[in-house]
Design a protein around this ligand. Structure first.
Ligand code: ADP
Ligand code: MG
Length: 237
C-alpha cells in the first residue's frame, strides 16, 4: 500500500491517501493537544502507544460485530483504514460524570450514571465543539435519521463491549468519544479509540489514566497510557 498525498493534518494524526481510493493511511503523531488545541506538547512514544492501543480496541470491537474502519497495522505509528465520509459529530457516552458535564449541569464529579448518558457534539474546534441534539443533526443535514439511530446503537454497543473489557483489567471506563463515517452505504466507526479520547480510572484508587493527566498537568501521561495497555495485554513491542 503506497502512501500518497497528505489529506488532513489534524491535531494528533495525519491522514494520507493511498493508491486505493477506498483506503487511507493514518499516522499517529506524538502531538498532544487539549482545550481545542490551546495546550500543545510532544509526548515521546505517544503516537506508537495510541496506534497500537487503537488497533487492539478496534479489533475487539470488530470481533463483537461492530463495523470499524480498521484494516491493518502498517508500522509502529501507522494504520491502514477504510476511507470514510466522516459525519461531523462526536458521539459521547458517560458512565460516570466527569469533565464538561460536571461544569455544564453542576453535578458532582465521579457519580455513577445509571443508565449511562449519551451526548452529541458538533466537531468544530473554532466553536469549541458545542453540544447539539438529534434535531440539529437533521435540520442541518449532518446525518440522516437512520444514521443517527445507527450511531447511537453502535455507541451503546461499544459501551457493552468496552466497559467489560476495561473492568476485567481493573479499570473504570468513565466516558468516551467516538466518530463515525459512511462507507459503501453503511455507518462505520472511524477515527480512534485511545486514552486521548476517553476517561479511564483505576477501579480501586480512581487514579486517572487518560488524557486528563495532560489537561490537568499531572505528568506521567504516556506512562499511564502504557499502564492501561499492559493491563489489557496490548502488545507495545
Ligand atoms: N477512516 C477515516 N476516513 C476519513 N477520515 C477519517 C477517518 N478516521 C478519522 N478521520 C479524520 O481524520 C482526522 C484525524 O486526525 P485528528 O488529529 O484526530 O484530527 P482532529 O484535530 O480533527 O481531531 C479527523 O479529521 C477525523 O475525522
Ligand atoms: Mg481527533
Amino acid at each position: 500500500m503506497e502512501k500518497q498525498r497528505e489529506l488532513i493534518t489534524g491535531k494528533a494524526k495525519t491522514v494520507y491517501a493511498t493508491d486505493d481510493p477506498d483506503k487511507l493511511i493514518i499516522l499517529f503523531r506524538n502531538d498532544t493537544s487539549a482545550f481545542d488545541g490551546e495546550k500543545l506538547e510532544q509526548l515521546d512514544r505517544k503516537g506508537m502507544v495510541n496506534n497500537r492501543f487503537n488497533a487492539f480496541i478496534m479489533q475487539k470491537l470488530e470481533q463483537a460485530g461492530i463495523p470499524t474502519h480498521f484494516e491493518k497495522l502498517l508500522a509502529d505509528d501507522e494504520v491502514l483504514v477504510k476511507n470514510l465520509d466522516m459525519i461531523p459529530v462526536e458521539c459521547v457516552i458517560r458512565n460516570i460524570a466527569s469533565g464538561s458535564i460536571v461544569r455544564r449541569l453542576g453535578v458532582e464529579d465521579g457519580i455513577e450514571l445509571n443508565p449511562p448518558t449519551f451526548e452529541f457534539f458538533l466537531k468544530n474546534d473554532a466553536l469549541h465543539d458545542p453540544m447539539i441534539n438529534d434535531y440539529h443533526i437533521y435540520s442541518f443535514k449532518w446525518a440522516t435519521e437512520q444514521e443517527v439511530a445507527d450511531m447511537k446503537e453502535l455507541t451503546f454497543k461499544v459501551n457493552q463491549v468496552l466497559t467489560k473489557l476495561f473492568a476485567d483489567a481493573g479499570l473504570l471506563l468513565v466516558d468516551y468519544k467516538l466518530e463515525f463515517g459512511r462507507y459503501k452505504g453503511k455507518v462505520v466507526l472511524g477515527d480512534e479509540f485511545s486514552p486521548d479520547g476517553c476517561r479511564l480510572w483505576d477501579a480501586k484508587t480512581r487514579e486517572k489514566l487518560d488524557k486528563d493527566r495532560f489537561r490537568q498537568g499531572l505528568g506521567g501521561v504516556v506512562e499511564a497510557y502504557e499502564e492501561v495497555a499492559s493491563r489489557l495485554g496490548v502488545d507495545l513491542n
